[in-house]
Design a protein around this ligand. Structure first.
Ligand code: FE
Length: 233
């Protein structure tokens, strides 16, 4: 498998490039509109054909690059089942396995940050957690139908039950981390280690985080897969 982690410094967002080195087919997970030129250049340099633009959820902090990438490459835009995005070419359900060449990408329903969030287990080894589990943290649950108890259940029942050696690649990082493992997060994630459901809910309810700067534009734009022309009309 070819696997690349890309970073957007403005919104601290990770985009992931997954490809089959033999068939040269590729997928991008959680692209960012300002980074579309970077991503297209990398695809070209690596000789890859973009098949899918996949989202872990409808983002509130950045606008997806899907519409522009789709226009440039004819890739399919795929969003989690039940996400508010009529622009999607395809929806992906819990347990569904998408294949990029021979590389399997398995969807794992992990609601809580939003009500239709998916994590993706790539190749059985690399877990893209989106905004559910972060390295030593987790996604917020105070807007977009977020729910702390639901997030606790998703993380503890769907993600921490994977093998300890599973690599954890989050949707964001604000402290300079790039990758962790399920075993490491079980022991050292301060939002989870030694906490029961009630104390997690209490902690998440006391965070008082400011809203993301782009929330008012990002959510409606992402419901249109980042198509800014449709947004303006
Ligand atoms: Fe998010």
């Amino acid at each position: 498998m070819l696997f690349r982690q890309l970073f957007d410094y403005t919104t601290y967002t990770y985009t992931y490039l997954i490809a089959d080195p033999d068939t040269r087919e590729a997928a991008l997970v959680d692209s960012v509109i300002e980074q579309v030129d970077r991503d297209l250049k990398l695809l070209k340099e690596l000789g890859l054909t973009l098949r899918y633009c996949l989202e872990t959820h409808i983002h509130a902090d950045h606008i997806t690059g899907t519409a522009e990438l789709r226009a440039a490459t004819q890739c399919q835009g795929i969003v989690p089942q039940n996400a508010q995005a009529q622009c999607a070419d395809r929806f992906i359900a819990d347990g569904e396995v998408l294949r990029v060449g021979r590389v399997p990408i398995a969807a794992i329903a992990t609601p809580g940050h939003t009500d239709s969030h998916m994590a993706y287990l790539v190749n059985g080894t690399h877990l893209l957690t989106g905004d559910s589990l972060f390295i030593r943290g987790c996604g917020r649950t105070d807007f977009q139908s977020g729910d702390a108890g639901t997030l606790y259940d998703s993380i503890t029942q769907r993600l921490l039950t994977l093998p300890d050696t599973t690599l954890v690649y989050p949707g964001h990082d604000y402290r300079g981390h790039t990758v962790s493992t399920i075993g490491e997060e079980k022991h050292w994630n301060p939002r989870l280690a030694g906490r029961d459901r009630a104390s997690f809910i209490e902690l998440m309810g006391s965070l008082n985080l400011p809203n993301p700067q782009k929330i008012m534009e990002a959510v409606p734009a992402n419901e249109r897969c980042g198509n800014m022309a449709a947004l303006a009309s």
